[in-house]
Design a protein around this ligand. Sequence first.
Ligand SMILES: Nc1nc2c(ncn2[C@@H]2O[C@H](COP(=O)(O)OP(=O)(O)OP(=O)(O)O)[C@@H](O)[C@H]2O)c(=O)[nH]1
Length: 308
Amino acid sequence: MKQIPSIERSIAQPHKLGELRQAQKDWRNDPDVLTRLTRRLSTTLSLETQLGIVADELGEIVPFDSLNYRHRIARQDFVFASGLGGQHKCEYRLNLEGVSYGTLTLYRRKKFSEEELEGIETILGVVICPMRNACHFLTIEQAALTDSLTGIPNKRALDDNLLRASQLSARHEESYSLILCDLDHFKTVNDNHGHVVGDHLLQQAAEGIERALRTSDSVYRFGGEEFAIVLPHTSDQDARDVADRIRKAIASICVDCGDGKLSVTASCGVATHLGNETPEQWLARADDALYHAKHAGRNRTQVFAAIG
Ligand SMILES: Nc1nc2c(ncn2[C@@H]2O[C@H](COP(=O)(O)OP(=O)(O)OP(=O)(O)O)[C@@H](O)[C@H]2O)c(=O)[nH]1
């Protein structure tokens, strides 16, 4: 005969259920400050929102003029600031199990008392765990938008920015230009010198492009040996100049690969956003311009408007 396993149900503990009901009532009705704070923090994984909540709850207990938080997350500086001024400060390095989760500083015109400092430390002791989770979430979010080889934003990040740039360009009737930049004959680099040298060259190219841009411009790794650059407030002729500057920067890279020096050239396609064009249509025109640059012999820039 087949043995059917049975599940034994443990007997309900009436007094425990009563305690749970009471705890729920207390939790809902009149939570103490620490319960309310942890509850509010647990509703979000956004570090910015969490810091807003901390500023809000902390300010109720220990008034301050301004709060600053700074942390380096995934190669980027995360900065949060609330309020203004105050010459007295108290600064806390937030550490949990030997890992740093940033520095929080409070400023005030009036000196903080010992009792107030104790209160701030109690609050920070409670917020550190939710903040650690938010820091980890931000790290993961940024990793999903970053190319692991070059450290620059990836195709997913480009998709987000192209959509935003298309909308802004349409709304403000401003020129937004897109450059697609593709290294020439890159397969030969890999074939002749190996993937390690190829990877190094891609890293150098990403750095070279970044150096050739203004801070308002942004560069993305679009595919294998292809980069995309979004240029706000830039006409097609100005974008052509930027593309030529990028090509120059790439051509000046010189990699020592033991058996000689190696350098590469690049081809660029430029397209300036048109009226109600979708990001896909915009990208397709830049790709078309790049195709023409390759077809015309490589190591050159082609602007879409000039194709005819
Ligand atoms: N080392 C390295 N190579 C890559 C990476 N991604 C793509 N590639 C290589 O890039 C090369 C691209 O080759 P193709 O598409 O034929 O283009 P190409 O040789 O550059 O020729 P043109 O673009 O026509 O000038 C392939 O050999 C890919 O393997 C990468 O992350 N690292």
